[in-house]
Write a protein that binds this ligand. Structure first.
Ligand code: GLY
Length: 348
């Protein structure tokens, strides 16, 4: 699965040229109300806009149905084209709308957040949440093209930049020690768009390489779950407690927990635990509000992760060292409890 990925600051021209080359029977933009207000006026693209409510809570059947309905009303055909402009919610749900409308129409993703540029917009995972379960319904369907512009990131908050950068650090850890060290050496919130672009391109290439080899996550692609087994548990627990945290922050904490498990299971160097903790603290990733009373819920959440092969095991991607991931490792509840204790000691 190879995708056309274009890096540009001539966003409108690139999109209209791409769309023109694809010669569609009708082109539609899918976006959310926030992006429609803050970004679309800057682009002035000549296509009708399908707008959905923003946020992960609206990545659901209602949002999806509203996109399908607008396409039907507008007489879209199998030759129509969707242009999904937004964060991960829009590229996931717009991508799934395209993958299923008339059994599949073409689509272009234009990520407006660093997080979606480095992760959701690339690699062909599309879907919606269902019955309270994240991404429960979906399809592997790569965008025909992804248009990435760092110019779109100028209005992101520091929190949104940090959140996306955590996924870049994950890619660095999967790819090589040098890439990882390069990412750790930056003062994230001071990086200008020109300096960010080569780091971002390198990071997206890591994901592309993995996805080309294993598009449907039979093996190698599971490496991309580094930090996510523990990270999703932190994210879900924070949401239940009514204090949602950004996805990337939870992944960053999850990476530290999984580095600790890697240290216990694979001899991942202890000095690296300290290095990564220092990076998290120096860049303001904060710390989850977790006490030992939260462990059983966190472990239960990890047990329900859909990436587990059976309910009795909790599956992780671990690391022998930076640049050397090991997929399909399981850890016991006792190991995870010990890792969470060490995590809290490091982060305090
Ligand atoms: N976000 C992980 C993946 O695309 O496989």
């Amino acid at each position: 699965m190879s995708q056309k990925i274009l890096y540009t600051n001539n966003i409108s021209e690139t999109i209209t040229t791409l769309a023109g080359e694809m010669d569609p029977a009708g082109t539609f933009i899918v976006t959310d109300t926030n992006v429609a207000e803050a970004v679309l006026p800057r682009l002035s693209l000549p296509y009708p806009v399908i707008t959905v409510a923003p946020g992960d809570e609206n990545k659901n059947l209602t949002g999806l149905t509203s996109i399908w309905s607008r396409l039907v009303e507008a007489g879209a055909t199998r030759k129509s084209l969707l242009i999904n402009i937004g964060g991960g919610v829009i590229t996931d749900m717009g991508g799934f709308a395209a993958a299923t409308f008339k059994r599949g129409i073409r689509f272009i993703n234009v990520p407006t957040t660093l997080l979606s540029a480095v992760d959701a917009a690339v690699g062909g995972k599309t879907g919606i949440n269902f019955e309270g379960l994240k991404n429960e319904i979906g399809a592997f369907a790569p965008a025909d093209a992804v248009v990435i512009s760092t110019a779109l990131f100028s209005t992101l908050t520091d929190e949104e930049i940090l959140s996306g950068y955590a996924e870049m650090v994950k890619h660095g850890l999967l790819s090589s020690e040098a890439d990882y060290r390069e990412l750790l050496g930056r003062d994230i919130l001071s990086i200008n768009p020109d300096a960010l672009l080569p780091l971002l391109e390198k990071s997206v290439k890591v994901k592309e390489r993995i996805v080309i080899e294993d598009p449907t996550e039979r093996g190698l692609r599971r490496a991309l779950n580094l930090g996510h087994t523990a990270g999703h548990a932190f994210e879900a627990q924070a949401l239940h407690k009514g204090h949602p945290v950004p996805h990337g922050h939870a992944v960053a904490w999850g990476i530290l927990v999984e580095m600790i498990l890697s240290n216990m299971a694979l001899g991942f160097p202890s000095s690296e635990l300290q290095t990564f903790t220092t990076f998290l603290k120096a860049n303001g990733y904060g710390c989850p509000a977790v006490s030992c009373e939260d462990y059983s819920e966190l472990i239960a959440l990890m047990r329900h992760d859909k990436k587990n092969n059976s309910p009795s095991e909790i599956n992780f991607t671990l690391l022998e060292s930076p640049g050397h991931p090991v997929i399909d490792r399981s850890a016991s509840a006792d190991d995870i409890t010990a890792a969470l204790d060490i995590f809290r000691d490091l982060m305090q």
